[in-house]
Design a protein around this ligand. Structure first.
Ligand SMILES: C[S@@+](CC[C@H](N)C(=O)[O-])C[C@H]1O[C@@H](n2cnc3c(N)ncnc32)[C@H](O)[C@@H]1O
Length: 302
């Protein structure tokens, strides 16, 4: 293998790049350009401060899916520039992680990564602030130690850091790309599946929002156990409610979204839990959420 020493005079081209090459630039001083054809990943790359080549190069690449054509055009473009050129091609090594359920694999892989780009709207942050301020108004005291299961890039975490300043937030997330962004919020990140992770501590506020609906129904009991055991006081469930369990086609795919009375099932399973409050976030309302119903439960001996 030929090794190339990167210097300030070097130029680096990262292909299929969500912004990892920008780290090379920061460390070595080299000029770094990224190449990313997928629009949602381009947003991620830009957030990672990567200077991107125009996507029109991708559009002109023969057959679009032929990486070699793409590279030839990209090289041609970059080779026009003067100075010493280093071209770095990042090979992505895919570790075939085995997941217990199809739903976990779905979120850990491409669909989950693509979802990131759809979950960044500032209006969502405002809506989360409204929802959590309603929830906290029903708590006897503001939480100091919070656990979120299935946190994605941290849109809830960011609002919690504003509403409960000084609180420590820990978040579990299965998708590695989401975890990279989640870490930037400064919360404690546990990368892994809710069905597998070992959560050593207890928290005074444990919650999910839009996550139980994506768990394989056979495994829900296990997630209820995790939520119950890791909470010393409050549990909040913000999900799509339905009085009886139903499966819904999600973005054209069956078996990826399930609605039911998650909170009611927890109240039945753990008899020391009591219902403190609940609320509905209508999609046509001010601070709209996607028709989510939240339920605040409390351990009665807390
Ligand atoms: C619809 S998103 C909701 C994200 C976040 N709770 C919010 O309200 O913005 C579902 C999230 O749960 C994560 N997720 C799904 N199944 C998971 C599992 N078994 N373990 C950990 N995270 C999971 C997904 O990767 C995704 O980030």
């Amino acid at each position: 293998m030929n090794r190339v020493k990167l210097t300030k005079e070097s130029k680096v081209l990262g292909c299929g790049d969500r912004g990892f090459s920008s780290v090379l630039g920061e460390v070595t001083g080299a000029e770094v350009l990224g190449f990313e054809p997928v629009s949602e990943m381009r947003i991620v790359a830009e957030n990672n401060r990567l200077q991107l080549l125009s996507s029109s190069i991708w559009n002109r690449a023969p057959g679009r899916s032929f990486l070699i054509g793409l590279l030839t055009l990209a090289y041609k473009k970059i080779l026009k520039s003067k100075g010493k050129i280093s071209v770095v091609i990042r090979y992505r090594i895919l570790f075939m992680t085995k997941f217990k359920t199809d739903q976990e694999k779905f979120w850990a892989e491409e669909f989950g990564t693509d979802y990131i780009g759809r979950n960044q709207d500032p209006a969502l942050l405002a809506a989360n602030l409204k929802m959590f301020s309603d929830v906290f108004a029903s708590c006897k005291s503001s939480p100091t130690n919070i656990l979120e299961l299935g946190a994605n890039i941290g849109m809830n975490v960011k609002s919690l850091q504003l509403l409960a300043p000084g609180s420590e937030v820990t978040a579990v997330e299965i998708n590695s790309d989401a975890c990279s962004q989640l870490a930037k919020t400064g919360c404690n990140v546990i990368q892994g599946s809710i069905l597998e992770v070992d959560i050593p501590n207890t928290f005074d506020f444990v919650f999910t929002k839009g996550v139980l609906i994506h768990i394989n129904p056979e495994e829900l009991g296990r997630v209820y156990d995790v939520m119950y055991k890791s909470s010393s006081r409050y549990i909040m469930i913000a999900e799509y409610y339905n009085p009886s369990p139903v499966g819904v086609i999600y973005r054209g795919i069956p078996n990826r979204l399930f609605k039911r009375d998650f909170a009611g099932e927890m109240l039945d399973k753990f008899t020391d839990l009591r219902l403190v409050d609940y609320g509905f976030c209508y999609h046509r309302g001010n601070f709209a959420q996607d028709d989510i119903t939240w339920f605040l439960l409390e351990k009665s001996n807390a």
